[in-house]
Structure formats: structure tokens, C-alpha cells
Ligand binder design. Structure first.
Ligand code: SAH
Ligand code: SF4
Ligand code: F3S
Length: 436
């Protein structure tokens, strides 16, 4: 098959990376990417199953694609990713315009199906493969300045609320040599910042490398300016990693580390493998060597059995840490997870109410943290023109704060400039360039 493919991506950055991986495979075979579904020969939806809402959105998008199939019956439609793995055979039954359903371990299979002379629809490829790591495949680059690179796939944790281990299978780390080569290639094409991705990114391990040694190796890649990673799991946040972060030149002053709850009873029930005290200890260890470290997290409100007092512990942890920002979610029961068997103890309204209290608390802290930046001079990596106003530029600080800067000589995508933060508007900072 030659022609064009259209790819819509839902879910986390690992799905974005996988879309680029598949894009890389298809482009090597002569296909072209298009952002216009009308002109595409193949329509692909990369899906997420993390919460009910994520699946609803993906289903709606796939259903809407029936229009293109009616207009041109030769168009092929593929549903890939975590929801494809989760619902498998059910998808083409419910949505009969879907030609292929392909889970995250079978993208090579999809590539081959698309190039078959006589496609046999419908095919469902969802067998899990504990070794599939896509060595040798070059992902297409998603942005000129900052890109994401998956360094490990799958997850060996069994958090009781989470569907990821079911749909993504067991943990597999990529060879460090391949990761370094991929980063070097990205840098040669203009990338200045890489974000290393994995569900528990700091449990990365191969025969030769640990997560800390990988960070140190990447720190030597010339032309690369910044290294970020997400999401580290508290269980694996050791001193070796903290030292590697502090001693490296390029690893950013920011850690996104999901805590999920501030209550030990809930952490235990979630099977998170750490306590509130241990989480706080890691934060202290980080701040001891990186005093201005930016901190962000993920939290679930209203898990099964969460009492008002458990929730109070989450609120107090949020205050105690003072996260710069947080992704906050209401618990969404997922069929196939251990917690699904337990009847929920809160109504949707009660979960929503807790979520809103958490959001309000965090918003106040976020604004305070941003206000504290005003007057400081920061190094900012320019990512692009501002999406609001093309005469301005958008960049990020080392600690992951968005800053809008006016145009000035020397400003360009990928430039590293110094700027004084002069004001906050909403959750965005505005700055004045002091040197380029
Ligand atoms: N691997 C990462 C998290 C990946 S999923 C980690 O363990 O840190 C991203 C976030 O979605 C999680 O951190 C959690 O806060 C949220 N999440 C996962 N399952 C959920 C569920 N069933 N309901 C609500 N939020 C959920
Ligand atoms: Fe899900 Fe837990 Fe694995 Fe994160 S560590 S992906 S929350 S099972
Ligand atoms: Fe969603 Fe799969 Fe990521 S379930 S959050 S796309 S790993």
C-alpha cells in the first residue's frame, strides 16, 4: 500500500511515542502522514483505557470514522493501542467499519497487514509478547525541539486500580545503546530536549545499565541540552538516581512523581509499595541536593473505601509537599483490575466533590509557586511561537514552567535564553529576555 495515513492519538505520552513508532514504520514503507482524514487511505486511532472517559472519547472518535468508510469503502480503519488490547474482539462487533484491531505489542503485524495485496478484514492482533520492544524501528520525530522517547515498555507493578499492566504486559527495558543512538539522531535533527518515558521509568534496567547510568550516559550527548523523564515510581527512587540527577548537567530540575494518595491505608489498598513517610522522605532527599526542584504528581480521589479522613491525609500531603502542579483524577473502576471486584463506597457525586476540593487546593498552591518565580532570572528553552500570539514565543524553565516571551533578536525554536520573569497570568508566566 502506498498513500497516506491519518493517525489520531489518545492517552499518555507513551501512546504518542507509539504513534510515532508506527508512523516511522509506515513512512519507511513509502506512506505519508496526513492531518486530513478526508485524504487518507488508512485511518488509525491509537486508544487509551486508563479511565472510563478515555475509552468513551476513543469510541466516539472511531464511530465518527464510519463517514469516511461510507464515502470510500477502500479506506481501511485500524484501532490500535491500549483499548484495542482491552476490548479486542468486541470492537469490530460493535463497530463494523473497523478493519483491524491491534494491541501495543503487534504494530509490526499491523504494518504487514496494511501491505498485504488482498486484505482480509477484520483482523484482531492482541496476543501479548513479553519481548516486543521494537528494536531497529526509528520513530518519527514529533517536534523539532523537544521529543519523547520510550525507554521501557509495560509495567510489573500491580496497582489495584490500574489497567496498564493488563493491556501493556510485563516490563521490558530497551538497550541503552539503542536509546543513546535514538537521542543522538534526534539531536542531529534539531531536538534539544528529550523526555524519557516508562510507566515506572526509574526501574529501567538492562544487563549493563541502570536508570542512573543511563542518565549519566545521556548527559554526555553533545548538542543535547535537557533531559527529563516520567514517571518515576517512589519504590525505585534511590540515592543513586538522585546523585545522577544532581551531578549531571542536563537532567532537569523537575520531578513528576505520582503519589496517588496521602493515606497509608489507601496506599496499601492500591498496592503502591510505599508509605506516606517514605514518599515525603524522597522529597526531602531531592530538595537537599536540588533546593529549587520543581515537583508534580498524580493523585486519585475517591478510591474504594476512601474515608473523609483518608482524603484529609491526601489534602495534608499536598499542602506539606507543595507540588508545583498536579494531575488530579476521580477514581474510575476498570474491569479486569483487582479493585473492580470491590463495590464502590462513594457515589460519582461524592468522588467529584472530593476531586474539586483537591483541585481548588492545588490551584492555590500552583499560583503561589508561580508568583514566587516573579523577579527570578531563569534559563528558558524556546519551544515554539506562542499559540495565542504568533509575535511571541513560548518556552519552559528548567523546572518545567511555561513562559511567554516577546520577540527579540536571536529568538528561535531551540534557542536557550535567559529571561527575567516579570508577571503571572493564569498558570503562565511572562518574561523579559535578558540575554540570548
Ligand atoms: N505509571 C504511572 C502512572 C500511569 S497512569 C505511575 O504509576 O506513576 C497515569 C495516572 O492515571 C496514574 O498516575 C493515576 O493517577 C491515574 N489512574 C490510573 N488508573 C486510574 C483509575 N482507574 N481511575 C482514576 N485514575 C487512574
Ligand atoms: Fe499502573 Fe501502577 Fe503500573 Fe503505574 S505503576 S502503570 S499506576 S500498575
Ligand atoms: Fe492510557 Fe495506555 Fe497510556 S491505558 S495512559 S495510553 S499506557
Amino acid at each position: 500500500m502506498s498513500g497516506k495515513y491519518f493517525l489520531a492519538t489518545f492517552g499518555c505520552q507513551m501512546n504518542v511515542y507509539d504513534s510515532n513508532l508506527l508512523g516511522g514504520m509506515l513512512e519507511k514503507r513509502g506512506m505519508q502522514n496526513t492531518s486530513d482524514p478526508e485524504s487518507a487511505d488508512v485511518l488509525i486511532v491509537n486508544t487509551c483505557s486508563i479511565r472510563g472517559g478515555a475509552e468513551d472519547r476513543a469510541y466516539a472518535r472511531i464511530a465518527a470514522m464510519k463517514y469516511y468508510k461510507r464515502r470510500n469503502p477502500d479506506v481501511r480503519i485500524a484501532v490500535i493501542g491500549c483499548m484495542a488490547q482491552n476490548h479486542g474482539e468486541k470492537i469490530p462487533v460493535e463497530l463494523d467499519h473497523v478493519d483491524y484491531v491491534v494491541g501495543p505489542d503487534n504494530y509490526r503485524g499491523l504494518e504487514n497487514l496494511l501491505f498485504e495485496k488482498k486484505p482480509k478484514v477484520t483482523r484482531v492482533l492482541t496476543e501479548q509478547n513479553a519481548f516486543e520492544n521494537y528494536p531497529g524501528v526509528m520513530a518519527r520525530l514529533d517536534s523539532a525541539v523537544s521529543c519523547h522517547i520510550t525507554i521501557m515498555r509495560g509495567c510489573n507493578k500491580r496497582c489495584t486500580y490500574c489497567i496498564v499492566p493488563t493491556v501493556r504486559g510485563v516490563e521490558r527495558s530497551r538497550e541503552a545503546d539503542d536509546i543513546v543512538a535514538e537521542v543522538e539522531r534526534a539531536v542531529s535533527e534539531g531536538v534539544r530536549e528529550v523526555s524519557l518515558l516508562g510507566q515506572t521509568v526509574n526501574s529501567y534496567r538492562t544487563e549493563k545499565d541502570s536508570f542512573a547510568s543511563l542518565l549519566r550516559r545521556l548527559d554526555t550527548v553533545s548538542g543535547l541540552q535537557r533531559i527529563r523523564f516520567m514517571s518515576p515510581h517512589p519504590r525505585h527512587f534511590d540515592m543513586e538516581t538522585i546523585r545522577a540527577m544532581a551531578e549531571s548537567e542536563k537532567v532537569c530540575n523537575h520531578v513528576h512523581m505520582p503519589v496517588q494518595s496521602g493515606s497509608d491505608a489507601m496506599l496499601k489498598k492500591m498496592r503502591r509499595q510505599y508509605t506516606r513517610a517514605r514518599f515525603l522522605e524522597i522529597i526531602r532527599e531531592l530538595r537537599a541536593v536540588m533546593p529549587n526542584v520543581g515537583l508534580s504528581t498524580d493523585i486519585i480521589a475517591g478510591f474504594v473505601g476512601e474515608t473523609e479522613s483518608d482524603f484529609g491525609e491526601t489534602l495534608s500531603l499536598v499542602e506539606e509537599v507543595g507540588f508545583d502542579s498536579a494531575y488530579l483524577f476521580a477514581y474510575s473502576p476498570r474491569e479486569g483490575t483487582p479493585a473492580f471486584a470491590e463495590p464502590e463506597t462513594l457515589t460519582a457525586q461524592e468522588k467529584q466533590e472530593r476531586l474539586e476540593r483537591l483541585i481548588a487546593l492545588q490551584m492555590g498552591i500552583t499560583e503561589k509557586k508561580l508568583d514566587a518565580m516573579v523577579g527570578r532570572t531563569e534559563e528558558i528553552l524556546i519551544e515554539d511561537k506562542s499559540s495565542r500570539d504568533a509575535t511571541e514565543w513560548m518556552g519552559k524553565t528548567d523546572c518545567f514552567k511555561k513562559v511567554i516571551l516577546p520577540d527579540a533578536p536571536g529568538m528561535a525554536k531551540g534557542a536557550l535564553v535567559r529571561a527575567e520573569i516579570i508577571a503571572r497570568s493564569g498558570i503562565t508566566l511572562r518574561g523579559r529576555v535578558t540575554s540570548t
